[in-house]
Design a binder for this molecule. Structure first.
Ligand code: ADP
Ligand code: HMS
Length: 556
């Protein structure tokens, strides 16, 4: 094992986000981040037209391009190494994390179907990004049948499987393009596909299989159940998924000469088993003890927490043995839209005068609206909103729901709505935290990571709405740092993730304290949120579903 001139050893973590991939070079001894680089995906999120043909995509679709992911290895990793000014020979391992469930059909050798000659014009040949929401009716069918048959795995997923998960997406392929389904030799999470690119062998990790792949108590849904779903789906598990599952922090293999040439790293170094962006971040924030809930807040929010207790938490995404750290139960819940909602508002709902004023002050529109919103007292805008602009992942698990804002008058201004949307996402998080608190897995510490940390006003709103202190990760590259920590374990530098997280993870405790007076007002607003939540989300008024159906019908 090589080391640098001063004896330091390094690992590389690569975080595959929704729009870009980030690489960070990290010192093994203490987690110091010594260099990083970001590479934007050329095609970003493909949700409008297929790049090859320009053919329009239906509503709810979100695809990605595997070549964009390889580019991150070719571009971001060498740049991070050069920024770090470390000898590549002192790097002992590489780890990666991915959005999930981002899943793709491939040939038996891992070639993505969209790269197979003659298939580039077939939308179903492309990877489906986590936020591909066009499989809701398949998820509904999966849930309905599982409930009817009393499938044992259903409670492990909060009673409902999400349209984002891999069975719903695969069933959509089978139903809408059976030929592409037939050509699919492997159906694989991007989290595992990228590892295949790095070390040349197929591996599958317990995390994506457990949460997004309905692999529970050692098995996928039965052949009998899949046959009942659709006889042509009967052998889906055996033919396209089946593979031994590898533990998190495990060694997937060694970096191939080809991947070494892409990255500038030495061939033969350790490649860690694939993992999910949210789950690796638990190690980065050293949030690996029971009761420590970590919220990774960016375009969406994921909530992850380990526990020694197995409980059914209504509406959670899943509870998986070894799903965050080996030896413990790992819980996940989430909100499908958070930063994306603020991004949508900034892009589509702000008059030119605000954009000009932000430019005049030399700040972004988010910062301008945040400053105006922060000058208000809680409740002053007279609004309450539902944060469902990208559907609801927890606790309702329904991607056909949409956003609601109540209380607008002629005096309502953009900053009022921006603030109401921030508060709505905080109320969504409170709903999730209380689902855990009341299900026997109480949240004892709330820790935040992710891009939204930069909005301090937003953080204070969350502390007030949750009425509890917020700890924050002390890194701007949480997932990439977490991947690097997994690489250090895979390379044998630490005995396990917990030990590596203690040495390399970074957290600042109780940085935001709740303000009791604000919290009192938010309690009243939250009570309104809860009423609207149940009215629009639990059948009190099905208007959001009817509007969704009408929109789809009209588009068709
Ligand atoms: N100052 C801000 N306040 C609130 N939201 C912001 C701000 N700046 C950017 N955003 C939103 O944050 C999201 C990006 O978060 P980030 O963590 O960087 O991305 P990702 O989730 O893809 O890793 C975008 O959806 C954007 O609209
Ligand atoms: O769902 C998960 C993880 O389980 C995320 O990958 C997904 O929400 C995308 O996260 P980002 O918003 O890109 O950070």
């Amino acid at each position: 094992m090589q080391v640098s001139a001063n004896g330091d050893r390094y690992v590389v973590g690569v975080d595959y986000g929704t729009l870009s991939g980030r690489a960070v070079v990290v010192r093994v001894s203490d987690g110091a981040e010594v260099g990083s680089a970001v590479h934007e995906y050329r095609h970003g999120v493909i949700d409008d037209r297929l790049p090859e043909t320009g053919a329009p995509l239906p509503g709810g679709w979100a695809l990605q391009m595997p070549e964009d992911w390889r580019s991150v290895l070719r571009e971001a990793v060498p740049k991070a190494l050069s920024a770090a000014e470390v000898d590549p020979g002192s790097v002992i391992g590489i780890g990666t994390d991915f959005t999930a469930c981002t899943v793709l059909p491939t040939l038996a050798d891992g070639t993505p179907l969209n790269e197979v000659p003659g298939l580039a014009d077939r939308p179903h040949a492309y990877p489906k990004l986590w936020k591909h929401h066009a499989a809701q009716r398949h998820a509904d069918r999966i849930n309905g049948l599982a409930e009817e048959r009393g499938e044992p795995w259903l409670p492990r997923y909060g009673g409902r499987i999400s349209a984002e998960w891999q069975f719903a997406k695969a069933l959509q392929v089978l139903t809408e393009d059976p030929e592409i389904y037939d050509r699919t030799e492997r159906w694989i999470e991007a989290a595992d596909w990228i590892i295949w690119q790095l070390c040349g062998v197929e591996t599958r990790n317990v995390c994506t299989a457990g949460y997004k792949g309905i692999h529970s108590d050692g098995q996928y849904p039965s052949r009998d159940y899949l046959t009942a779903l659709n006889p042509d789906f009967a052998d889906f598990v055996e033919t396209r998924l089946a593979h031994p599952l590898a533990p998190l922090g495990g060694l997937a293999g060694q970096l191939t000469p080809q991947a070494a040439a892409w990255t500038g790293l030495p061939a033969g170094i350790a490649v860690a088993v694939g993992n999910v962006d949210a789950h690796v971040t638990a190690a980065a924030a050293n949030a690996v003890e029971p009761g420590q809930m970590l919220a990774i807040m960016g375009t969406s929010t994921c909530h992850v927490m380990v526990s020694d207790v197995l409980a059914d938490v209504p509406g959670m995404c899943g509870v998986v043995r070894d799903g965050i750290v080996p030896g413990r139960w790992g819980y996940e819940a989430g909100q499908s839209g958070v930063g994306d909602i603020f991004g949508w508002f900034v892009e589509h709902c702000v008059p030119a005068g605000y954009v000009e004023e932000a430019a005049r002050q030399g700040i972004g529109v988010h910062e301008h609206l945040t400053a105006l919103a922060a000058a208000q007292r809680p409740g002053q805008h007279g609004l309450v909103a539902l944060d469902w602009h990208n559907g609801n992942r927890s606790v309702l698990v329904d991607h056909d729901l949409s956003g609601v804002i109540v209380g607008q008058t002629l005096a309502t201004r953009p900053e009022d709505q921006y603030r109401a949307l921030i508060e709505a996402t905080a109320f969504g998080t409170r709903t999730i935290v209380s689902a855990f608190d009341t299900s026997g897995v109480p949240v004892t510490e709330f820790i935040v990571a992710g891009g939204l940390l930069k909005n301090q006003f937003l953080m204070q709103v969350y502390a007030d709405v949750l009425r509890r202190p917020l700890s924050v990760i002390d890194s701007e590259q949480g997932p990439a740092l977490g991947s690097a920590i997994h690489a250090a374990v895979a390379a044998g530098a630490y005995p396990d993730i917990t030990a590596a997280a203690a040495a390399m993870g970074k957290v600042r405790r109780a940085v935001y304290q709740p303000d009791p007076a604000s919290a009192d007002v938010y309690d009243r607003l939250y009570a309104e949120y809860e009423r609207l939540h149940d009215y629009f989300g639990r059948g009190g008024n099905d208007v959001l579903h009817r509007l969704h159906a009408l929109r789809e019908e009209t588009r068709a």
